[in-house]
Design a protein around this ligand. Structure first.
Ligand SMILES: *Cc1c(COP(=O)(O)O)cnc(C)c1O
Length: 419
């Protein structure tokens, strides 16, 4: 083979470390299960919901499927940006009801926030510097690596060129303002994996920073429905001036159980601007519109009708019930583990509990300890970034009786630890 003529791959993919975390968890769990086939393992590891779709949402979904089967109500391609009925419901319920003015054509409906937070990089120059919280939802980092916006990973697991903002108990999980100026700043609140939430003062500080340094904030609010304190902001646009510096991502995955249905949305305000190669200022809204319409053909009509039903009276009550179910699990985990002597964080405004591992353990040895002694699977914090070392994530998305049982088992095996 003449190597000069062979097809070249995107070389940046070779910088990615093998999808290490969840395969490694699966490998260790399977190995344990093989040695102990009788063990009843409880999985509080993966961030997926377990409660089924609720009645009002399901009914709207069914009705729309039936419409597709009749000649007079059949629909083909819809608008790529989403049907007006859903964009309008979002504007009125998620924004206007909180005193935020978003126009319905600033809302882009999509099939997921994973895709949107991953794809948003398309409209930004590869020269932009990226800042992320550490620990972090891996999508933000890996998609920037794929695009070529970073160097290779160092021995510490950090990619050169990315600015990491460590969030630990020592700084109350508040990302510190960076010393070097980033162009793009990913913020996730309520946070996956730490389960902590940014107060209004922190969002105000970041919006002020972005305005002063002409950075853009990419705000992932996938867990906003879990916020229980009315003083905490659900949207970055609750902060004055954010419309000029922030894009917001929302998803129906975690509030309404749409992880398998697939529907989300992204807000790109028309007032958000950045610089072109000509030095001229350009609005980002038409760029994202162009990307969305070129690479995406819309979310299916029945799914958008199901999402619309989330905003009906019945839908709102059902979703509150779902979120409440998971938050009760989170409270059980928090209480049980802190009574057992662990330091626990998060889990009040989010479905994740972030636990400091006991002295003598690191994230992975605590994973092995819980698997072997309690038959409970969680997620080692170090898998989300270097600053996650020494922590462990438990998800509240399980069945209530399983969660109770898991907490009881963890409590018992911690009692036998030398203190
Ligand atoms: C689950 C999750 C999402 C939502 O992803 P979808 O693709 O909409 O299912 C977005 N961001 C974070 C941090 C998440 O954990």
């Amino acid at each position: 083979m003449n190597e000069k003529n062979a097809v070249r791959i995107n070389p940046h993919f070779l910088k990615l470390r093998a999808g290490y975390l969840f395969p490694e968890i699966a490998r260790r769990t399977a190995a344990f299960k093989k040695q102990h086939p009788e063990a009843e393992i409880i999985r509080l590891g993966i961030g997926d919901v377990t409660r089924p779709l609720t009645p009002a949402i399901l009914e709207a979904f069914h009705r729309a499927v039936d419409e597709m089967g009749r000649k007079e109500s059949f629909r083909g391609y819809g608008p790529e940006q989403g049907y007006p009925f859903l964009r309008k419901a979002i504007v009125e319920n998620d924004y206007r009801a909180r005193g935020i003015e978003i126009e319905s054509d600033e809302v882009f409906i999509s099939d997921g926030s994973k895709c949107d937070t991953g794809n948003i990089g398309d409209i930004f120059s590869l020269e932009n510097r990226v800042a992320v919280q550490d620990p972090v939802y891996p999508v933000y980092v890996d998609t920037n690596v794929m695009a070529g916006r970073t160097g290779p990973a160092g021995d510490d697991g950090r990619f050169r060129g990315i600015i990491y903002l460590p969030c630990t108990a020592e700084n109350d999980f508040l990302p510190p303002l960076p010393e070097e100026r980033p162009d793009l700043i990913y913020l996730c609140s309520p946070n996956n994996p730490t389960g902590t939430v940014l107060p209004r003062s922190a969002l105000e500080r970041w919006v002020a920073y972005a305005r002063e340094h002409r950075s853009v904030i990419l705000f992932d609010a996938a867990y906003e429905a879990f916020i229980t304190n009315p003083d905490l902001p659900h949207s970055i646009y609750e902060v004055e001036g954010a419309r000029e510096v922030a894009i917001e991502f929302r998803s129906f995955s975690k509030n309404a159980g749409f992880t398998g249905v697939r529907c989300a949305f992204t807000i790109v305000p028309k007032s958000l601007q950045a610089i072109g190669p000509d030095g001229e200022t350009h609005s980002l809204h038409p760029l994202w519109n162009r990307r969305h319409c070129t690479k995406f053909n819309g979310v299916s009509y029945p799914v958008q009708r199901a999402a619309e039903a989330i905003y009906s009276e019945a839908g709102k009550a059902e979703v509150a019930e779902l979120v409440g179910y998971y938050l009760r699990n989170a409270a059980v985990i928090r209480k049980g583990l802190s009574n057992a002597g662990l330091h626990v964080f998060g889990g009040v405004h989010a479905p994740y509990i972030w636990v400091r591992v006991p002295p003598g353990f690191d994230s992975w040895s605590f994973f092995d300890f819980l698997l072997e002694k309690a038959h409970v699977v969680g997620t080692p914090g170090s898998g989300f970034g270097p600053a996650g070392e020494g922590y462990f994530r438990l998800s509240a998305f399980g069945e209530a009786d399983q969660v109770n049982e898991a907490v009881e088992r963890i409590r018992r095996c911690l009692e036998n630890l030398p203190r």
